[in-house]
Design a protein around this ligand. Structure first.
Ligand SMILES: Nc1ncnc2c1ncn2[C@@H]1O[C@H](COP(=O)(O)OP(=O)(O)OP(=O)(O)O)[C@@H](O)[C@H]1O
Ligand SMILES: [Mg+2]
Length: 245
């Protein structure tokens, strides 16, 4: 077991044109740790998450995965995105492919597995998220909660080092939220390193080890989740938590 954190961000800045949306973010997530990001709309949570697997390129700063810098020219970004999976609010599944084909795709094209190996691994990932009976369905034949579980299986099948979740339940009908949170809780219990943007306070309280609060492109507060929720030190955190209730 290496001593380096699984994910480390050092001094991340991001500009979109002249807009300075990340203003120097540091973060460290240990092996098997769950970190949660909270903060008001536009504070930079999604942009930061996307910098961690180079869906977005930081303008300045470094990201290290398991001790290796990934924000340099030599690093293969497809490899990074396979190693650090991402689950989006709106699932991003291919509509013309079955659940099994959606999950197998990256295994074939990025991990270079044979089709039969990829299908087996995809089936087992779908089984892990409770979808063994839905392998041959297309996204439109699945509920939102089921589609989001397909998206989680797609990340899992790649045997990632960590998975990033960007508001994975905020597009779901309330009755489907828990089935996705249950899968995420099980993953955390199995030791998956996760960074989660979510405002599901009850879930975060149980599952997130660390809570990081963003405001206007900066981290205003961070600490053990229960401490930050129950005894927020920063006025912006208090305001934000009050607005959620
Ligand atoms: N591709 C882009 N081009 C230009 N501006 C962008 C782009 N992506 C994000 N931004 C801007 O960067 C800022 C931070 O956006 P970001 O999506 O990271 O916020 P967020 O904290 O995730 O917000 P939300 O809670 O609404 O999802 C916002 O002002 C947003 O408009
Ligand atoms: Mg966002």
């Amino acid at each position: 077991m290496s001593a380096a954190p699984m994910i480390e961000a050092r001094g991340i800045h991001k500009y979109f044109g002249s807009m300075h949306v990340l203003r120097g973010i540091d973060a460290s997530v240990a092996h098997g740790e769950v970190a949660a990001l909270m903060g008001s709309s536009g504070s930079g949570k999604s942009t930061f998450l996307r910098c961690l697997n180079r869906i977005e390129e930081p303008t300045e700063g470094e990201v290290l995965i398991d001790g290796s810098i990934i924000t340099n020219m030599r690093t293969d970004v497809n490899r990074v995105r396979a190693d650090i999976g991402m689950v989006f609010q709106d699932y991003n599944l291919f509509p013309h492919m079955t659940a099994l084909e959606n999950v197998a795709l990256g295994l074939i094209h990025v991990r270079k597995r044979s089709r039969s190996e990829a299908r087996d691994a995809a089936a087992s990932a779908l089984e892990q998220v409770g979808l063994a009976d839905h392998l041959t369905k297309h996204p439109q034949q699945l509920s939102g909660g089921q589609q989001q579980r397909v998206a989680i299986a797609r990340s899992l099948a790649m045997q990632p080092k960590a998975i990033l979740f960007d508001e994975p339940t905020s597009a779901l009908d309330p009755e489907m939220v828990h089935e996705v949170l249950d899968v995420m809780r099980a993953l955390a219990g199995e030791g998956m390193t996760m960074v989660v943007v979510s405002h599901e306070i009850g879930f975060l309280r149980k599952v997130a080890d660390q809570l990081i609060v963003f405001d206007a492109g900066l981290v205003v507060e961070r600490g053990p989740t229960v401490r930050v929720l129950d005894e927020p030190e920063h006025e912006r955190t208090r305001e934000f938590l009050r607005a959620l209730r």
